[in-house]
Design a protein around this ligand. Structure first.
Ligand SMILES: Cc1ncc(COP(=O)(O)O)c(C=O)c1O
Length: 406
């Protein structure tokens, strides 16, 4: 029990958890199914360019309700190839409140990311901001379905149509989520999923572009495989961004577990909300009940004025208890290099959110008892937030570190 601040591990109390709890422990599904698939690949001596990747692509396309899925070694490569295949040059407008991969992939494809502010109510790109950034140099707009909450799809598609721009979506967080009742995957020109180990469906590392545009999908397949076309003939410059058979074996197995993981995540999210309701300065970002979500992230906002302690200090309090929370996403893209130096911009809503945001552990490895204990720590720390802040300031002791895995 954490009754007062002396019980907090940061100040010498016993840690609440013997082992670290993470955001996004991998959902690996049924191990025997995975090994069966891996054994098949090994028996066939077929480790890449094989049937497992094709099967995974079919399952992902089915899940997203789209015609084409092009699986890749990770989502960053998928984004980069998409920017190239979409034929973009010049500037792309995007939110800064995203993982830096959204921007870096554009940059690596020779584009200039132009960051615009979010709608503070959703955390996603504000369409009015996006449209105000359109110039003759603009080639595309990128929406990000932040934490699985859909970007303003209709508005961004309208902006794209009005100005003749490509509209792309970074759907790294949004497999299985809906926008106005339609599954994420079929919006804009194309969308990109991530199957990184921490995602709700993982293939160790992996990503995919999904699109209903057959021509774009063909171009992406070619770029992914050294620029090859029918019969392996080289038709253009390309790279090697293929997904391996082993990765697809995990992807298929993890996808089979998806149906069980989502309700578990939903329950965790509801419990966090119930346990932290009414706690000053702490709010759990809600999901839109009218939409379907994968609930893979539990996002807390910590308002220092109400909680008495800053988000970073709460993160350290939790870390000392072996609860490894993550700042998704802080700093925001425009606050890191090279963007910070090259194109300084002020984005007040993004900066405020980046200052407050904290993703709390959830997923199949986190159960209701874990959530209750985590919330007990948060309640204890915030009940005496100012004392925690003062004591931490005075303390000469180094904070116990817990290794962070990604
Ligand atoms: C919003 C967003 N976009 C892109 C990526 C990149 O994904 P990957 O790690 O598969 O390259 C991530 C990864 O976490 C992400 O959160």
């Amino acid at each position: 029990m954490k009754r007062g601040i002396d019980d907090l591990a940061l100040f010498g109390g016993p840690a609440a958890f013997p082992e670290p709890l993470y955001v996004g422990r991998p959902s690996t599904g049924d191990r025997s199914r995975f090994l069966e698939r891996l054994n098949r690949a090994l028996d066939d001596m077929w480790l890449t360019n094989g049937t497992l990747v094709r099967e995974f692509e079919d399952r992902v396309a089915e899940t997203a309700g789209v015609r084409n899925c092009v699986a890749t070694c990770n989502a960053t490569a998928a984004l980069q190839l998409l920017y190239l295949a979409a034929g973009l040059s010049g500037e792309v407008v995007m939110p800064s409140m995203t993982y830096v991969a959204t921007a870096h992939a554009a940059r690596m494809a020779g584009l200039t990311p132009v960051f615009r502010d979010i709608d503070p109510a959703t955390g996603c790109l504000d369409p009015r901001e996006a449209e105000a950034a359109v110039t003759p140099r603009t080639a595309g707009v990128v929406g990000v379905h932040l934490w699985g909450r859909p970007a303003p799809v209709a508005e961004l598609e309208e902006i794209g149509a009005r100005h003749g721009l490509r509209v792309l979506f970074d759907a790294a967080h949004a497999l299985g989520c809906t926008y106005r009742g339609r599954r994420v995957g079929g919006f804009g020109d194309a969308e990109v999923f991530s199957f990184h180990a921490t995602k709700v469906v993982n293939s160790f590392e992996g990503g995919a572009v999904v699109t209903d545009d057959d021509g774009l999908a063909g171009h992406l397949r070619s770029l992914r495989t050294f620029g090859s076309g029918p019969g392996g003939r080289i038709e253009r410059a390309g790279t090697n961004a293929k997904m391996t058979e082993a990765a697809a074996a995990m992807g298929l197995t993890s996808l089979e577990a998806f149906g069980e993981v989502v309700p578990h995540n939903r329950e965790n999210h509801a419990l966090y909300r119930a346990e932290l309701r009414g706690v000053d300065g702490i709010s759990i970002v809600p999901f839109d009940e009218a939409e379907t979500s994968n609930h893979q992230y539990v996002i807390a906002r910590i308002d220092e004025a109400g909680a008495g302690l800053h988000r970073d200090l709460l993160m350290r309090v939790l870390k000392a208890e072996n609860v490894v929370a993550q700042r998704y996403f802080s700093p925001a893209c425009h606050q890191v290099e090279p963007y910070r130096s090259e194109r300084p911009v002020e984005l007040p809503h993004t900066e405020r959110l980046a200052e407050q945001v904290l993703a709390l552990p959830t997923g199949p490895a986190v159960d209701a008892a874990d959530v209750r204990r985590i919330c007990e720590i948060v309640r204890c720390a915030t009940a005496s937030g100012r004392q925690v802040t003062d004591r931490e300031r005075r303390s000469a002791d180094p904070v116990p570190e817990v290794s962070v895995r990604r």
